[in-house]
Design a protein. Structure first.
Length: 542
C-alpha cells in the first residue's frame, strides 16, 4: 500500500478557531471596486468586483466538511462541527476580517461570446492568510443573488452541491489540480428548479458549498475587460495575478506577460491530461469555467466515463453538438487558451509570443498524452514504436462497452511474465465488460491480439509483473466518483441522511489503495443507472 501524501493522519492539525482566522483581502484591496453597493442585476463597468453580502438562510446545518481543507486554511477541524461554522458557511454570519464580493467576468459559452456573466451565485468571503503566508480564498456557492445573477436566483440545490463537494475532494486525492471544498451546508430553504428544462419545476432543498482556492480568477475575468476595450483594468488584473499568483515570473512587463501566458498554457495542459487519465468529463468548458491557475473549477454537469467512449458528454445541454465530449477536451482547452491570448493581446502587441504558448500547448498535450498512456500501461517510457499499440488500444476499448476504470486497473493483474493460455491472459479483464457475451469473434481476437503485442512490449523492456502492477496502481485509480455513486449519496442526503457523503469522501481519500472493505464500489455501473437522470445525463440547471 502506498503512502498517500494527503493522508490526513500525516498532517499537523492547526488550532485556530473561526474567530482567529486572519484575512488579507488582496483582490478587493488592490483592484477597482464597483462603487454601487446595491444588489441589483446590472452591467458593471470598469470594476473587477462588486461588494455583496450572502443572503441569510433559514436553518443552516452541516452535512459534511473536509478536515484536510480546514487544516489547509489553518482552522482546527473540530470547529467544523459547531453551529457557528454552519452559520458562517451557510451565509448567515460574516466573520470580522471578511469583505464579501462577487467577481465580474465574461466568457465564451459553447463557442459564442456571451458578454458579462460574473459570479451569479458565488460570493467570495475573503482571503485567509495562513501562518506560513499562503492565501486561500473562501467562496460560498449558492449564497444568494449578486449583481451578476442575471435572470437566476443565486442559489444552489443539495443535489449539485453534493456533487461539487465530493468531486472537488475526489479530484484532489486523485492528484488532479482542482479547487477544494471545505464544507457542505444545507440551508433549510427550498429552491425551485426545472431540472430538465421541460416545464416541470419542483422544489428541492437548498445548499451551500464553501470552495477554497488560491484564486478563483477565470479566463473570463480578463476577457471582460478586453471585450470592453478597458486596457487599463485589463493590465491591472494581469499585473495583480502575476504578482500574487505567479511571483516567480518576476515584475510584470511585456516579456513577463508572454511567459505568464506560456505558464497558463502549460498548467491548463497538465490539468487536461489528468482529466484524460482518470476519465473525467467537465461538461461545460466555457471560458468562464477555466481557472487561470489551471485548476478544475465549477463542478456542474460533469461526469466520469464508465464505458470508454471519447464521444460521451454527460451534459444534456450539449447533447446536440457534443462540444465538450471527453475526447474533445484537449482541443477545447486549446481554443479557450486562444481566446485568453486574444484578450491579453493589447498588453503584448505581438502575436508571436502568444503563439509560442499555444504551440507549446499542442506539443505538450501530445507528448504528455503519450507519456500518460505509457504510465497507464506500466511501460518504462513511450517510444515511436508504441504508436500502433496506443492506436489499437483506443480501438479495442470501444468494440464493446468497456469500463475504463476497471479495465486499466485490472490490466495490472494480467500475467506477462508467465506463458499463460489466452483464456488466462484475458481473465482479469473480464470484470470490465458490460456485455461479456459480446466478447467473442473479432472483438475477442482483437483484444487478444493487443494483449499479445503488449506482452511482447513489456517483456522486451524487462519489466517484472510486480513492478508493473505497483507503478500502474499509482496512475490508474481503483475508485472514482462514479455518476451513480454521487446520485446514491444525493438520494440519501435529500432524505436528511448524509452518511453516504461521509462514506464516499472517506473512500475517495485513497483512490489508489485497494480498500478491500469497499470492494463493492469497484464495480460496473448497475443497469438501473444507465438512463437515470443524474447518473447518465445532467443539465446545467442546478
Ligand atoms: P455555469 O454554466 O454554471 O458556469 O454558469 C454560467 C453563469 O451563470 C455564471 O455567471 C454563473 O454564476 C451563472 N449562474 C448559474 N447558475 C446560477 C444561479 N442559480 N443563479 C445565478 N447565477 C447563476
Ligand atoms: Mg461557471
Amino acid at each position: 500500500m502506498l503512502l498517500n501524501e494527503s493522508n490526513p493522519r500525516m498532517t499537523i492539525p492547526q488550532t485556530n478557531s473561526l474567530n482567529e482566522l486572519k484575512f488579507d483581502n488582496r483582490f478587493v484591496e488592490q483592484l477597482p471596486a464597483d462603487p454601487d453597493l446595491t444588489n441589483g442585476r446590472r452591467q458593471v463597468m470598469g470594476s473587477a468586483f462588486s461588494r455583496v453580502l450572502p443572503t441569510k438562510v433559514k436553518a443552516p446545518a452541516l452535512v459534511h466538511y473536509a478536515r484536510e481543507v480546514a487544516e489547509l486554511i489553518g482552522l482546527d477541524p473540530d470547529q467544523c462541527a459547531t453551529q457557528e461554522f454552519a452559520d458562517v458557511f451557510g451565509g448567515n454570519t460574516v466573520l470580522s476580517g471578511m469583505d464579501p464580493f462577487a467577481m465580474c467576468y465574461g466568457g465564451h459559452q459553447f463557442g459564442n461570446w456571451a458578454g458579462q456573466l460574473g459570479d451569479g451565485r458565488a460570493i467570495n468571503l475573503g482571503e485567509v492568510k495562513t501562518e506560513n503566508g499562503e492565501h486561500w480564498t473562501l467562496q460560498l456557492k449558492g449564497a444568494g443573488p449578486t449583481p451578476y445573477s442575471r435572470t437566476a436566483d443565486g442559489l444552489a440545490v443539495l443535489r449539485s452541491s453534493v456533487r461539487e463537494f465530493l468531486c472537488s475532494e475526489a479530484m484532489f486525492h486523485l492528484g488532479v489540480p482542482t479547487t477544494r471544498a471545505l464544507s457542505l451546508v444545507t440551508t433549510g430553504d427550498q429552491v425551485m428548479r426545472d431540472m430538465f428544462y421541460d416545464g416541470n419545476p419542483g422544489c428541492e432543498p437548498g445548499a451551500v458549498v464553501c470552495r477554497v482556492a488560491p484564486s478563483f480568477t477565470r479566463f473570463g475575468n480578463f476577457q471582460i475587460f478586453a471585450a470592453r476595450g478597458d486596457v487599463e483594468n485589463l493590465q491591472r488584473l494581469v499585473d495583480f495575478t502575476i504578482v500574487n499568483d505567479f511571483p516567480h515570473l518576476g515584475d510584470p512587463s511585456p516579456e513577463v506577460y508572454a511567459n505568464w501566458f506560456e505558464e497558463v498554457c502549460k498548467r491548463t495542459c497538465d490539468m487536461i491530461l489528468h482529466w484524460m487519465r482518470v476519465g473525467f468529463v467537465h461538461g461545460v468548458m466555457n471560458t468562464d469555467n477555466m481557472s487561470i491557475l489551471g485548476l478544475t473549477i465549477d463542478y456542474g454537469p460533469y461526469g466520469w466515463l464508465e464505458g470508454y467512449d471519447p464521444g460521451w458528454t454527460p451534459n444534456t445541454t450539449d447533447a446536440s453538438g457534443k462540444r465538450y465530449r471527453f475526447g474533445n477536451q484537449p482541443l477545447v482547452a486549446h481554443w479557450n487558451l486562444y481566446q485568453l491570448g486574444n484578450a491579453i493581446m493589447p498588453l503584448i502587441n505581438e502575436t508571436e509570443p502568444l503563439q509560442r504558448g499555444l504551440d507549446l500547448y499542442l506539443d505538450r498535450i501530445e507528448s504528455g498524452g503519450n507519456e500518460m498512456i505509457a504510465n497507464k500501461l506500466g511501460l518504462d517510457r513511450y517510444t515511436e514504436e508504441d504508436e500502433s499499440l496506443k492506436k489499437d488500444l483506443f480501438e479495442i476499448l470501444t468494440l464493446t462497452e468497456t469500463d475504463m476504470t476497471i479495465w486499466y486497473r485490472k490490466l495490472a493483474d494480467v500475467s506477462i511474465e508467465d506463458d499463460v493460455s489466452d483464456e488466462d491472459l484475458i481473465k482479469p479483464l473480464l470484470e470490465a465488460y458490460y456485455e461479456p457475451a459480446e466478447l467473442i469473434g473479432e472483438t475477442k481476437s482483437r483484444l487478444l491480439g493487443w494483449l499479445h503485442s503488449y506482452r511482447v512490449r513489456v517483456r522486451a523492456a524487462g519489466i517484472a509483473d510486480a513492478d508493473r502492477r505497483a507503478a500502474m496502481n499509482q496512475t490508474n485509480p481503483k475508485y472514482v466518483l462514479r455518476n451513480y455513486l454521487a446520485q446514491l449519496a444525493i438520494d440519501k442526503a435529500e432524505k436528511g441522511d448524509g452518511s453516504l457523503v461521509v462514506e464516499l469522501l472517506e473512500l475517495l481519500r485513497r483512490p489508489y489503495d485497494e480498500q478491500p472493505e469497499h470492494h463493492q464500489y469497484f464495480a460496473l455501473r448497475p443497469e438501473w443507472a444507465r438512463h437515470r437522470a443524474g447518473c447518465s445525463m445532467l443539465s446545467c440547471s442546478s
